[in-house]
Design a protein around this ligand. Structure first.
Ligand SMILES: O=C(O)C1=C[C@@H](OP(=O)(O)O)[C@@H](O)[C@H](O)C1
Ligand SMILES: C=C(OP(=O)(O)O)C(=O)O
Length: 436
C-alpha cells in the first residue's frame, strides 16, 4: 500500500481502546468471582488472543450487540488446564502476563506465537517465575514455543527488575495473586502502572511506595480475592501517536483526537513533541475509571530536533518509531539513546527504522542503543520503499505517516500487522482526509 502527500488534515477522531488496559481487564475479570463488564475494549488481534486464552482456561467471555464485553470469572486459583496450546499470535503482552498468571496455578500450558513473537526473549519472565516455583521447557534462547508447569502453592518473590519492563513487573504481580504471602517488586525506573491501578480497583491488597531515589516499590499480599468491576477503557495513547504526528507534520492540519488516556507513565510522546515545538493542547481533562483522560487538539507545527533523556523511555517506549519520523522532518539533529529495549520488540525497531528511513531519503545514523537523525527542516521527505514491516504494526503505521509528508509517497510491503493494535487505522486516516 502506498501513502502519498496529504492535503491538510482536519476533523475529530477517536482511537481504539488502550491495548495494555484491555489485556489486563480481560485477565483480572477472568479471575474475579462473578460478572465484569468492559466498555471500549480494543478489539485487535493481540487482545483477542488474550480473550481466547482466558476462555480456554474456563472464563466465559461474551461481546454483546452494543460492543460491551461481559466476563464471568472463575476466581483467583480457579483457572482450568487448557486442552490446546495457547496461541499468542504477535502479542508479547499476552504471552508474558499470562505466563505470570499461570505460574501460580496447578496446570501445564504450552505457548505458541507467530514468527515475530517466536524470536522475542522470554528469560526475563521465566527467571523470576522459576524462582516462584514454576518450571519451563523453552525453545533455544528462552523463546517460544515453550511449555510451563505452574507451582501451587507458589513461593512469594522479592524482586528488583533488571530491565525496565511493565510486562515483567505485571507477570510477577499476577503470579503473586495466587501466592500466599508478600510478593514485592522494585522498579528502579517507573514503567506503565496499569496493573497496579487495576489490581487495586479489583480489590487486591496492593501498595505502591516511591523511594527517595525515584524507585517504586510494589507490594502485593496474596492470596487475593478479586471483585468483579465495570471498566471503561480509554483510547490508546500509543495509537493516538500516529494521528498526532500526522497532524503536526502535514502543513495546515488541525485535528482533535478525543478520549485519549493520559496516564503520566504513558504520556512521554506528548511531552517530547511539545519540546520539539509541537502545538498539542489537552482539553476536557477528566478521570475515567481511575485513569486520566483528555481530548488532544493538534495543530501543524515546525518541529526542532531533540535529545531526550533515556530515563523517559518507558513512558513512550512504543512511540519511538513514529517519534523518529517526526525527528526526520524536524529542523536540525535529534539524538535518541538508551533504547536497547527497542531491539526486542515485534521487530528490531532501531534497525528496521534506520533501514526504512534511509530507504525514503532520511539521514540516519544507527547506534547500538539508538539513532541520530538529521531532519529535513520541514521539507517533505523524498519517499520510496517498499518498506519491510517485519510483522511489526508500529513500523507499518510509522511509515504510513511518513508517506503523508513525502514527495513521492511511501510504499509499505504489508499493512496487515496493523490489525494487532489498531484495526481502524486506515478508516481513521480516511476520516482525516489523509488517504482516499
Ligand atoms: O505491559 C504492557 O502492556 C506493555 C509494556 C511494554 O513492553 P515491555 O514491558 O516489554 O517494555 C510495551 O512495549 C508493550 O506494548 C505493552
Ligand atoms: C511492543 C508491543 O506490544 P507487545 O509487546 O505486546 O507485542 C507494541 O504494541 O508496540
Amino acid at each position: 500500500m502506498t501513502f502519498r502527500t496529504a492535503p491538510p488534515l482536519s476533523g475529530s477522531v477517536t482511537v481504539p481502546g488502550d491495548k495494555s488496559i484491555s489485556h489486563r481487564s480481560l485477565m483480572l475479570s477472568a479471575l474475579a468471582v462473578g460478572e465484569s463488564r468492559v466498555e471500549g475494549l480494543l478489539e485487535g488481534e493481540d487482545v483477542l488472543a488474550t480473550a481466547a486464552a482466558m476462555r480456554a482456561m474456563g472464563a466465559r467471555i461474551e461481546r454483546d450487540a452494543d460492543g460491551v464485553w461481559h466476563i464471568h470469572g472463575v476466581g483467583v486459583g480457579g483457572l482450568l488446564q487448557p486442552e490446546i496450546a495457547l496461541d499468542m499470535g504477535n502479542s508479547g503482552t499476552s504471552t508474558r502476563l499470562l505466563m505470570g498468571l499461570l505460574a501460580s496455578h496447578d496446570l501445564t500450558a504450552t505457548f505458541i506465537g507467530d514468527a515475530s513473537l517466536s524470536k522475542r526473549p522470554m528469560a526475563r519472565v521465566t527467571e523470576p517465575l522459576a524462582q516462584m516455583g514454576a518450571s519451563f521447557t523453552t525453545s533455544p534462547g528462552d523463546r517460544l514455543p515453550l511449555t510451563m508447569r505452574g507451582a501451587c502453592p507458589a513461593v512469594p518473590l522479592d524482586y528488583v527488575l533488571p530491565v525496565a519492563s511493565a510486562q515483567v513487573k505485571s507477570a510477577i504481580l499476577l503470579a503473586g495473586l495466587n501466592t500466599p504471602g508478600i510478593t514485592r517488586v522494585v522498579e528502579p525506573i517507573p514503567t506503565r502502572d496499569h496493573s497496579e491501578r487495576m489490581l487495586q480497583g479489583f480489590g487486591a491488597d496492593l501498595r505502591v511506595e516511591q523511594q527517595a531515589d525515584g524507585a517504586r516499590v510494589i507490594t502485593l499480599i496474596g492470596e487475593a480475592e478479586l471483585k468483579p468491576q465495570q471498566i471503561m477503557v480509554p483510547g490508546d495513547p500509543s495509537s493516538a501517536a500516529f494521528p498526532m504526528v500526522a497532524a503536526l507534520v502535514v502543513p495546515g492540519s488541525k485535528v482533535t483526537i478525543a478520549n485519549v488516556g493520559l496516564n503520566a507513565t504513558r504520556a512521554g510522546l506528548i511531552d517530547l513533541l511539545r519540546e520539539m515545538g509541537g502545538a498539542i493542547e489537552v482539553v476536557n481533562a477528566r478521570d475515567v475509571g481511575g485513569e486520566p483522560v483528555g481530548d488532544l487538539v493538534v495543530t501543524a507545527s515546525v518541529l526542532t530536533g531533540v535529545e531526550p533523556d533515556p530515563a523517559r523511555a518507558p513512558s513512550m517506549i512504543d512511540e519511538y518509531p513514529v517519534a523518529f519520523v517526526a525527528a526526520a522532518l524536524a529542523q536540525g539533529r535529534s539524538v535518541f539513546r538508551g533504547l536497547e529495549e527497542l531491539r526486542v520488540k515485534e521487530s528490531d525497531r532501531i534497525a528496521t527504522m534506520a533501514e526504512g528511513l534511509r530507504a525514503i531519503g532520511a539521514r540516519v545514523e544507527e547506534m547500538e542503543d539508538g539513532l541520530i537523525i538529521e531532519g529535513t527542516g520541514g521539507q517533505l521527505l523524498p519517499g520510496g520503499g517498499p518498506i519491510a514491516t517485519k510483522l511489526d504494526h508500529r513500523i507499518a503505521m510509522s511509515f504510513a505517516i511518513a508517506g503523508l509528508a513525502s514527495r513521492e509517497g511511501v510504499t509499505i510491503d504489508d499493512m496487515r500487522p496493523v490489525a494487532t493494535s489498531f484495526p481502524t487505522f486506515i478508516p481513521l486516516l480516511r476520516e482525516l482526509g489523509a488517504v482516499a
